[in-house]
Design a protein around this ligand. Structure first.
Ligand code: NAG
Ligand code: NAG
Length: 387
């Protein structure tokens, strides 16, 4: 009997966590077994609600402002960076194809950060270029310790969390979600009547150790709030999602970890020199067309669905599209402050040590230390999905 219960808990826990993250993998099953062995009664509580055990009362929740005040991050200077003829171009470290893979039923994903091709690229944990058909999605699941940034390219995605936040983002909209000490939410792509897929990018950004315990926060950024700037006589358009380009600033305070995100479209014959903060990790993921990166005479060709990773040294990224190209090119240029800390990640929990990861599992299972509101909560939008 005890063995059967243990097995049930393991299967339940693994299936809850696996629907989103294959990366939890075999390793975590071992960990779960260890945790279950040491405290099976606590875990049983999660899946057998009628088993009564006492849990700690929910602690008072500090306001996001308190957290921001006490954990103010250093951000890049507010002055504008400008390219000159003397600016040193960033060299390309590597270019690789983000291979399309299936993720769950109905979802296709090109992962360009967070695979063996590109790991340990702080503060970036993952970049997925997703395409999700109606009927698929990501029902209720937890996060702790990171930020997720979702940029929708077509279709729509609904979200709902245990703190009562709810909404829909459409084409060109973004959602910045800071998981902090804990969030449980659902992300469900729209059921488009024509059956078309919902397409977008999801970037996972690590949080500095001192911010991992902050209150969770959402910030939706509407397409209309994203300023854009035209360069090279209108042949280049830069949507300044986060950061700055050619004197134009994005909306501020979107993510806690300083990150720049620029969506750049270059027509045939157009070119741009885009400054980035020095020393930040940076890459360009090609959404469409063919872009030539680097100075004339030493350019690297980057095709659609490829990721170009830049060396941290240098002042500007140089990009152009051949005048004879038959269409424009479009890529996202993403840069972020490298965080000098260990990353220990099991699926949706991103912390700094194994112990903190075990604690995240326990807190999630016992509705404590940030997961209090998970108790009895179930999203409305996640119910549509057959589990
Ligand atoms: C838990 O208790 C409720 C109310 O007493 C009951 O309706 C439900 O069937 C019980 N669930 C289980 C799994 O025993
Ligand atoms: C040419 O570009 C590559 C890739 O960016 C770089 O590694 C190399 O140093 C460059 N060579 C010269 C001579 O600048």
């Amino acid at each position: 009997m005890k063995k059967l219960l243990l097995l049930t808990v393991i299967v339940a826990l693994v299936s809850v966590l696996l629907f989103r993250e294959e990366r939890i993998g075999i390793a975590i099953i071992d960990k779960i077994v260890a945790i279950v062995a040491s405290s099976s009664s606590v875990l049983l509580h999660r899946y057998h609600p009628n088993t009564s055990i006492s849990t700690n009362p929910a602690p008072a929740i500090p306001s996001p402002d308190d957290n921001l005040q006490s954990h103010k991050l250093s951000v890049p200077p507010n002055t504008h960076l400008h390219a000159t003829a003397m600016s040193i171009p960033r060299a390309i470290r590597k270019v690789f194809l983000a291979v399309e893979q299936a993720e769950g039923a109905g979802a296709r994903v090109r992962r360009s950060v967070g695979t063996p091709q590109l790991k340990n690229f702080s503060p970036f944990l993952m970049l997925d270029h997703f395409s999700i058909k109606p009927g698929a999605g990501f029902p209720d699941h937890p996060h702790r310790g990171q930020e997720t940034i979702t940029y929708l390219l077509s279709g729509a995605v609904d979200h709902e969390d245990f703190a009562g936040n709810k909404g829909t983002i459409g084409p060109g909209d973004l959602q910045f979600m800071t998981a902090g000490r804990g969030i449980v939410h659902a992300e469900m792509p729209a059921q488009n009547p024509d059956g078309s897929a919902n397409v977008g990018l999801q970037l996972w950004v690590d949080l500095p150790a001192k911010l991992k315990a902050c209150e969770p926060r959402y910030r939706d950024l509407r397409a209309a709030e994203v300023p854009s700037v035209q360069v090279d006589d209108g042949k280049v358009t830069v949507k300044v999602i986060s950061g700055q380009s050619h004197g134009i600033d994005s909306v501020k305070d979107l993510a806690y970890t300083p990150v720049w995100i620029l969506d750049i479209e270059i027509q045939p014959g157009g070119k741009i020199a885009q400054p980035l903060p020095q020393g930040w990790n940076a890459f360009a993921y090609a959404l469409e067309g063919t872009t030539l990166f680097g100075p004339k005479g030493n350019q690297t060709t980057v095709e659609q669905y490829h990721n170009a990773v830049f060396e941290p040294a240098g002042e500007v990224v140089l990009a152009e599209v051949d005048a004879g190209a038959d269409k424009s090119a479009r890529f996202v240029l993403i840069a972020g402050t490298p965080l000098d800390q260990k990353v220990v990640q099991y699926g949706p929990f991103v912390l700094n040590s194994q112990e903190e990861v075990y604690k995240a599992f326990m807190d999630y299972q016992t509705y404590t230390n940030g997961f209090e509101r998970a108790k009895g909560w179930e999203s409305e939008i996640g119910k549509s999905m057959v589990r």
